[in-house]
Design a protein around this ligand. Structure first.
Ligand code: FES
Length: 72
């Protein structure tokens, strides 16, 4: 059991934000770092929110990542 040794960077790669499109948190963060400041812009950059659920599951999580980035 070495779960506690996993770095945040690896967790970001393993954690899917948009489950429908299998888009990781690392991908969303990169889009935000590259200038996407709204869910709509992240959508354009990554394709997130365009899956089967219509963004119902991932939109709040994307918004949260954007907010966290802005508050840094
Ligand atoms: S989880 Fe992102 S579109 Fe469904």
């Amino acid at each position: 059991m070495s779960g506690n040794n996993i770095s945040p960077e690896i967790m970001d790669k393993l954690t899917k934000v948009c489950l429908c499109k299998a888009i990781s948190r690392a991908t969303i963060k990169k889009a935000v770092e590259n200038g996407a400041s709204t869910v709509e812009e992240v959508k354009k950059a990554t394709g997130a929110t365009t899956g089967g659920c219509g963004g119902k599951r991932c939109t709040p999580k994307i918004q949260q990542i954007i907010d966290e980035y802005k508050n840094k």
